[in-house]
Design a protein around this ligand. Structure first.
Ligand code: HBI
Ligand code: FE
Length: 295
């Protein structure tokens, strides 16, 4: 495998994070080693064994339709042929986490940035930053769903606007991404199911988010989410549950500028709190929660 083009480390609200070169790169598929393909295969098999009872049907259906499999790391070009025909989205290769405005601009133009490199075997269970497995296995399948695909674009457009409004607006909007695109749950006839990429790409959190008594599960509420801090280094203390993807897309119809202004004087909520007015689906026991570390 080539070497990722890491540019610098920067202190952010999420701690000390690596920043990468922002250019779009061709997926260097021929440079993946047997170990890289084996890491993909191991992660793919483990998640696909777990997810039939845990992930939402749209995710599972889309992943099959895209032809992702365990034998080798998928080629972006192959996935793009299928994506282009279904929703007009396209994946592009990137070195890793992008500055927010670059990231939003890609989404606003229906381009999803996928990290081209995959984690090492000793990082199978946890990696702090997005790699190819998280981006491709976790995020890309739902881009095949027309309503979710439109939500992602609307989010990117909202991100570009929030970036122009200021840092507090961006914090509000980032929480929406976190509690939906990364860690969202959806109600299906068979029960609660996962759609968030951060969950479907994690064996531990896939089980925890659906089966554990520890976390709160609360009905989706845009302003509530925008005020809620989150966890980056432990399982979430709270998951927000949508009824369908239309609910998510509809939430992005209003102009967020007045909402940011309304929320500005208010304090944020701790990640594990239950608030008056919450539609509580399950109130968590809080077992195993660390008392600090919300961001
Ligand atoms: N860059 N490549 C990449 N992938 C992400 O998921 C990502 C990013 N940059 C910023 C970012 N996510 C977050 O700040 C979200 O708020 C959008
Ligand atoms: Fe992600």
């Amino acid at each position: 495998m080539n070497t990722p083009q890491r540019v610098e480390h920067a202190m952010t609200d999420k701690g000390y994070v690596p920043l990468y070169a922002t250019g779009v790169v061709e997926q260097p598929w021929d440079t993946y080693s047997a170990t890289d393909h084996a890491v993909w295969g191991q992660l793919y098999r483990r998640q696909r064994a777990l997810l039939p009872d845990l992930a939402c049907s749209a995710f599972l259906k889309a992943q099959d339709a895209m032809g992702m499999g365990e034998t080798q790391i998928p080629r972006f070009d192959d996935l793009n042929e299928i994506l282009a025909r279904s929703t007009g989205w396209r994946i592009i290769g990137v070195e890793g986490l992008l500055p927010e405005l670059d990231f939003f601009d890609h989404l606003a133009n229906r381009r999803f940035p996928v990290t081209w490199w995959i984690r090492r075997p000793d990082q199978i269970d946890y990696i702090a930053e997005p790699d190819l497995f998280h981006d491709l296995f976790g995020h890309v399948p739902l881009l095949m769903n027309p309503v979710f695909a439109d939500y992602m674009q609307a989010y990117g457009q909202g991100g570009v606007r929030a970036h122009g409004i200021g840092p507090e607006a961006l914090v509000n909007l980032t929480r929406l991404y976190w509690y939906t695109v990364e860690f969202g749950l959806i109600r299906e006839a068979s029960g609660l199911r996962i759609y968030g990429a951060g969950i479907v790409s994690s064996a531990g959190e896939s089980k925890h988010s659906i089966q554990s008594d520890a976390p709160n599960r609360i009905g989706f509420d845009l302003k509530r989410i925008m005020r809620t801090r989150y966890r980056i280094d432990t399982y979430q203390k709270t998951y927000f549950v949508i009824d369908d993807f239309e609910q998510l897309f509809d939430a992005t119809r209003p102009d967020f500028a007045p909402i940011y202004a309304e929320l500005k004087p208010h304090e944020s909520f701790p990640a594990g709190s239950v608030q008056p007015g919450d539609r509580v689906i399950t109130r968590g026991t809080g077992e195993g929660w660390l008392s600090d570390g919300d961001v």
